[in-house]
Design a binder for this molecule. Structure first.
Ligand code: BGC
Length: 412
């Protein structure tokens, strides 16, 4: 209920409807983001950005300009969720009087390094970074540290640098756990007796520290059933490195899965589960199953994010579930954390208690070691979304609208 309220506030803020007492609704006067951002060519995020003009002037009291700028570096616009993250983060920080520079780096490591160098040269006051390659930012972040710029690792942990102060994400291991448990429940594996179900795994980008957490979360739930023979990985590919997908690329996942189907399932062997770590990979796997799978059973396909195309596939019965992460809330948590850092505070668990967040968040000081030590983390809670609960979880909460044909479209 609380969560729903916040979501509706967020959705309202995103369309520019200011709500009394809601800081998110107040856009900052000037944001140099458009000029400063070497954004990828087609920039749907900017286009999809809330219509600021729509906010009734008398209600939308602009936050007093802080004179400070927040640099927001997102990996790419080609993976759907980062458009939403970029847009939400920009709106959040601007609502509290910060100027922003928002960049997307086309999934190119060198470009992200350059984009960060530019923002450091621009003397931004805070960096919020979702890394393309968690291992490649050590040098540029040493420069940020020298310049006294605090850094928040956003969604993906940045490795081997003592320049990051905090990490904001969802509980990544739990994302995988939810996928594994979903399969366990759907197939009633605990009571399967002699039945054997065939499963294949598709994981994420090895350069993304999250990918191992997602895979391990799912695998740890299913491992006892694999060991007991209730689940059979026909390809034998059970190691993360064997099932990983560079850059979470849909086409890469599609090709690998076509190979798996051709090599192990063309003789009529039934595939029961395609455990996919996220929606971009699930999209490729679903396409492979549609075009190359000989069987007629409906395969359980998991995902993560609630990308538009995947939600359409869920409506159409082609994908079975996704794990939704309310990135609007991730942006709210990042704002309060960043705001505290910019005020010279040293945030800890009390940030949550003192916040007005209407979503659950855990302060974690044990799970995320980036090679230089534990990075204090604020971890939000993911949700399973299926055809049965998608309207309650996504439409009623204000994150998506539903068209007459039943398909969902993100409100931001
Ligand atoms: C994010 C996922 C996303 C994936 C690919 C991960 O770091 O946590 O939500 O699906 O990157 O964009």
């Amino acid at each position: 209920m609380k969560k729903r309220f916040l979501a509706m506030v967020m959705a309202a803020a995103m369309v520019g409807a200011a709500l009394a007492g809601c800081a998110q609704a107040a856009p900052a006067a000037q944001a140099p983001a458009e000029e400063a951002a070497p954004a990828e060519e087609a920039a749907p995020a900017e286009e999809a950005a809330p219509a600021e003009e729509a906010a009734p002037a008398e209600e939308a009291a602009p936050a007093e300009a802080t004179g400070k700028t927040v640099g927001i570096a997102m990996p790419t616009q080609s993976l759907e969720r980062w458009n939403r993250d970029g847009s939400y983060l920009k709106d959040q920080f601007e609502s509290r009087g910060y100027a922003t520079e928002l960049v997307f780096s086309d999934n190119k490591i060198e470009q992200q390094v350059r984009d960060l160098e530019n923002m450091i040269a621009d003397q931004v006051d805070l960096l919020v970074i979702a890394a393309i390659d968690g291992e490649s930012l050590t040098q540029v972040l040493a420069d940020a540290k020298d310049a006294g710029i605090p850094v928040i690792a956003y969604d993906r942990l940045i490795m081997n640098t003592d320049a990051i102060s905090y990490y904001v994400s969802f509980d990544n291991y739990t994302v995988g756990t939810l996928q594994g448990k979903y399969v366990e429940e759907q197939l009633d594996l605990a009571n399967a007796g002699d039945k054997v179900y065939n499963i294949e795994f598709t994981a994420g980008d090895p350069a993304d520290n999250n990918a191992g957490f997602f895979f391990n979360g799912a695998y740890d739930v299913l491992k006892p059933y694999i060991e007991a023979g209730t689940l059979n990985v026909v390809s034998g590919q059970t190691q993360f490195d064997q099932v990983a997908t560079a850059q979470w690329n849909t086409e890469t996942a599609l090709k690998r899965f076509q190979n798996i189907l051709a090599s192990y399932y063309s003789d009529g062997t039934q595939l029961d589960v395609a455990l996919c770590s996220n929606d971009s990979t699930a999209l490729g796997v679903t396409q492979a199953i549609e075009s190359d799978y000989a069987g007629t059973n409906s395969v359980i396909i998991t995902g993560q994010d609630g990308d538009e195309a995947n939600l359409a596939n869920i409506v159409d019965g082609k994908q079975t579930m996704t794990v939704y992460k309310a990135v609007a809330n991730e942006a709210v948590a990042t704002l309060d954390l960043g705001d505290a850092l910019l005020k010279g505070e040293t945030p800890d668990e009390s940030l949550i208690a003192n916040s007005s967040w209407d979503f659950d968040c855990a302060y974690d000081v044990s799970s995320y070691d980036n090679g230089t030590g534990i990075i204090p983390s604020y971890l939000l809670v993911p949700t399973v979304v299926t055809k049965d609960n998608m309207v309650a979880e996504l439409v009623d909460t204000g994150y998506y609208t539903q068209d007459d044909a039943g398909y969902l479209h993100p409100t931001n």
